[in-house]
Design a protein around this ligand. Sequence first.
Ligand SMILES: NC(=O)c1ccc[n+]([C@@H]2O[C@H](COP(=O)([O-])OP(=O)(O)OC[C@H]3O[C@@H](n4cnc5c(N)ncnc54)[C@H](OP(=O)(O)O)[C@@H]3O)[C@@H](O)[C@H]2O)c1
Length: 275
Amino acid sequence: MNVAIIGCGYVGSAIAQHWQQKTALIVTATTTTPERIPALQALAQRVLIVQGNDTEALKSILKNQDAALLSVAAKQSSSYEETYLQTAYALVSALKQTPSVQQLIYTSSCSVYGEQHGALVDEETPIAPTTANGRILGETEQVLLSASSENLRICILRLGGIYGPGRELVKIYQRLAGTTRPGSGQEPANWIHLDDIVAAIEFARRHRFQGIYNLVDEDNLTNAEVAARVCELHNLPLVVWDSSLSSQRPYNAKVSNQKIKDAGYQFIHPYMLFD
Ligand SMILES: NC(=O)c1ccc[n+]([C@@H]2O[C@H](COP(=O)([O-])OP(=O)(O)OC[C@H]3O[C@@H](n4cnc5c(N)ncnc54)[C@H](OP(=O)(O)O)[C@@H]3O)[C@@H](O)[C@H]2O)c1
C-alpha cells in the first residue's frame, strides 16, 4: 500500500517512521521547506516539496496512493486560513481526480469544541469555536468531510494538546512556572501523547475509520493540576492563577474519548507521563 503524508512535522514524522519501520507501507512525505528534505528522506521513501493550496501538486503526489494523512499546522508566518482551509479546498479538489485514494485521515484539534463551560462533549456535540482560528478549524473539518463518498472515507481525529519526546510537558510548562496566569486553571486539560497519536492513526487506517473521533487520554486533569504536577516534579515555582481575569484558553470542554475506545482502540498512555 502507498500512503502520502501532507505536512510532515512532529506528528507526520513520527507516523512516517512507524509506517516505514513497522509496516509494509510505502510512504510519501511533503514539506514546504527544502532544508528538511534530507531529514525526511530518512523517514519516507519519497519526499516532495508541496504547498497545501497547490491542487496540481497534490494531485501529482496522490496519484496511485491508497490513503493520505493531512497533518499541517500553521507557521508563525502564515494564517490558519491559508494553512488549513485553502489546503482543505485544494485537497478535496485533488481527491476528486485521484480515485485510488480510499481514505483521508486529518489531525484536527479538540479546540473546535470552543466554549462548553467545562461540560463533557463527544463527537455529536455541536462545536462552538470562540476564535476566528477555531472557526477556520471547524470549517476545515466540514470541507474535508464533504468529500466523503462510497469510495473515500474521511476520518477526522480531534487531538488534545500534544506532548511526547522533544515536546515534554516540562518544556511546555517551564515558561509558565512562577508566572501569574489569567483564569482559574479549572478547564479540563485534554492532553494526548505522541505514541497514542501514532498508534491511533494506524488503528484508524487499519480499521478504515470514517467520521470524527476524539483523541485525548483518560486523565481528566485540569490545567491547574497539570501545571502544579509538572512544576512540583521539576522543582519549578508554581503557576499562580488569577480568577479575576478571564482565561485566554480558546476552549473549555471535557472531551470524551469513549467513541474511539468503543471502536477498540486501547491507549498506550491512558494517564499522563510527567517525567
Ligand atoms: N500542537 C498541538 O498541541 C496540537 C493540538 C491539537 C491538534 N494539533 C494538530 O496536530 C497536527 C500536527 O501538528 P504538529 O505538531 O505535527 O505540527 P508541526 O510539527 O508544526 O508540523 C506541521 C507540518 O505542516 C507543514 N505545513 C505548514 N504549512 C503548510 C502549508 N501551507 N502547506 C503544506 N504544508 C504545510 C509543515 O511544513 P514544513 O515541513 O515546511 O515545516 C510541517 O511539516 C496539526 O494538524 C495540528 O493542527 C496540534
